[in-house]
Design a binder for this molecule. Structure first.
Ligand SMILES: NC(=O)C1=CN([C@@H]2O[C@H](COP(=O)(O)OP(=O)(O)OC[C@H]3O[C@@H](n4cnc5c(N)ncnc54)[C@H](O)[C@@H]3O)[C@@H](O)[C@H]2O)C=CC1
Ligand SMILES: O=C(O)[C@H](O)CS(=O)(=O)O
Length: 487
């Protein structure tokens, strides 16, 4: 196996340049380079697979489904727990592979590995609590039972910004429920996914239960959404692609789960603790260099505290260290690619052209490549692109509002509804605003909402379904009623 360029990697066997299909590691005549976004160096390469290999993975998942679903939930949990233990034991190597291919600081990557592992641990247990029902029959000669059964072969397509967690948040519940799964990771970050496959194999996951395919997104996605053997599609990524996949899946009536784009408002009311609000804004806005779907995308500050908040926030943003994720103390890695930098520049230029002011940053970092200065914009108005589009970068645009009603109306003025944050201390206001915000995930006096217990998902055009939590396994189950007559 190619070891590639991953500083400090101890177990080179985790770095795979082949795909895991039906329990075999396979290559292809063509390959796709995997590049370190911080340095531009080629780390490794992965096979350019297409519809044929995807079909092979789906058929292997179908063949494995019968025996995997017939295992007891406890037996499945034992294998998943072994996988969890191996992920935790290999946390450092997995994080190094992630930092090399995605760029996030090593400490943040280690955090993601534990976050990813938590979904395997959580759903190993949740699988054992999938119970049916015996219902009160309205007829004396009948009994009514409810069975919850695994939907079957599932297919997952995942994004580059959380190369581990977005995979385990899908594979965990699917396998715990008794389903089998084929995963297509993002083209930019396949190595973390393949390393997770190595550990799943070491954990004793039966061949075919999990496959990981890399290559042409359209060809692989087309096979996943069109193949009759696939009963569910689960996708995390942009709303645009999510809609495309949903339309493709409709042809064979597949279940779909969609975790899509966001445009999170971050409200600071006049009764907020401003220091807490600043800490929350830093945590939410600049996590993963602003490349998460739940990042604060619009920071809305009540008039009377606007200047004080802006000054405090500027002081903290100025402390953020930009650099290679392997360097100590770096809190902001590179953006994933040149296209991402151009989108950030476009949003800043549009805002300034329409009257916004750059209080801090505003341009590409002196380090070059895809590094960008953490940026604070003030006097931002709803006429600007940053209001409507997800920046997906380290830009904090500050808007003003006067009244609570105006703040909530501004916050809700978007077709997205994934996360929403606000800082306030008045209890009545906390309940009023929590209930009025149009989002699937609301955070009060905190900037971080991500753990395995929280039901994660959006409303409006941010998606369908919930991942993680005690609800996350439901999307991988089908409810069957059984009526016994003639009693
Ligand atoms: N709601 C959530 O949890 C998340 C949402 N996102 C959203 O995704 C965007 C950024 O992530 P990206 O990876 O650039 O999104 P993307 O939608 O371009 O790609 C996501 C995945 O879909 C694949 N893909 C792209 N086009 C496809 C097609 N036609 N058929 C099949 N697969 C296809 C990609 O290869 C990747 O694996 C942002 O809008 C962000 O908000 C990203 C991560 C999490
Ligand atoms: O891809 C994302 O942005 C994640 O869903 C965000 S989180 O789950 O890590 O908060």
């Amino acid at each position: 196996m190619k070891t590639g360029v991953v500083p400090g990697l101890r177990d080179g066997d985790l770095l795979r340049d082949r795909c895991y299909v039906g329990g075999a590691w396979i290559g292809a005549t063509e390959s796709i380079p995997v590049v370190n976004p911080a340095t531009g160096e080629a780390i490794s390469s992965v096979p350019k697979l297409g519809a044929d290999e995807t079909r092979r993975a789906i058929e292997a998942a179908h063949a494995a489904f019968g025996s995997w679903r017939n295992e007891t939930a406890k037996a499945r949990a034992i294998v998943l727990r072994r996988w969890f233990d191996l992920i935790v034991a290999n946390q450092d190597d997995l994080a190094r592979i992630m930092t090399a291919e995605q760029g996030k600081p090593l400490a943040e990557a280690k955090g993601e590995i534990l976050y990813a592992a938590s979904f395997i641990e959580w759903f190993a247990e949740q699988g054992k609590r999938v119970d049916g029902d015996v219902l009160q029959s309205p007829l004396s000669d009948k009994r009514i039972l409810v069975f919850k059964q695994p939907v079957g072969v599932c297919a997952a397509i995942t994004p580059w910004n959380f190369p581990a967690a977005m995979i385990t948040r899908k594979v965990g519940p699917a396998l715990a429920a008794g389903c089998t799964m084929v995963v297509k990771p993002a083209t930019q970050t396949p190595l973390t996914a393949l390393a997770l496959g190595v550990l799943a194999e070491r954990a004793g996951l039966p061949k075919g239960v999990l496959s990981i395919v890399t290559g042409s997104a359209k060809a692989i996605g087309g096979e996943m959404t069109g193949n009759k053997l696939v009963k569910k599609i689960t996708f995390t990524g942009s709303t645009e692609v999510g809609k495309e996949l949903m339309a493709q899946a409709a042809g064979t009536m597949k279940k779909v789960s969609m975790e899509l784009g966001g445009n999170a408002p971050f409200l600071v009311f006049d009764d907020a603790d401003l220091d807490q609000a600043v800490a929350g804004a830093i945590a939410s806005k600049f996590r993963n260099t602003g490349q998460t779907c739940v990042c604060a995308n619009r920071i809305l500050v009540q008039d009377s505290v606007y200047d004080a908040f802006a000054d405090k926030l500027a002081k903290e943003v100025a402390k953020l260290k930009v650099g290679n994720g392997f360097e100590d103390g770096v809190g902001q890695g590179p953006l994933i690619d040149e296209k991402a930098v151009e989108k950030v520049e476009e949003h800043i230029a549009d805002a300034v052209a329409k009257g916004a002011k750059v209080k801090l940053g505003g341009k590409r970092h002196a380090l070059g490549r895809t590094f960008f200065e953490p940026t604070l914009l003030t006097d931002v108005t709803p006429a600007m692109q940053v209001t409507r589009e997800e920046t997906f970068g380290p830009v904090a645009p500050l808007f003003r509002f006067k009244t609570e009603d105006e703040g909530v109306a501004l916050a809700n003025d978007t077709e997205f509804g994934l996360a929403a944050y606000f800082y306030a201390r008045d209890v009545a206001r906390v309940f009023r605003v929590s209930e009025r915000l149009e989002a699937g995930i609301v955070a009060v006096n905190t900037g971080i909402i991500s753990n395995e217990v929280v039901p994660f998902g959006g409303v409006k055009e941010s998606g369908l379904g919930r991942e993680g939590s005690k609800y996350g396994i439901d999307d991988y189950l089908a409810i069957k009623s059984v009526t016994l007559g003639g009693l």
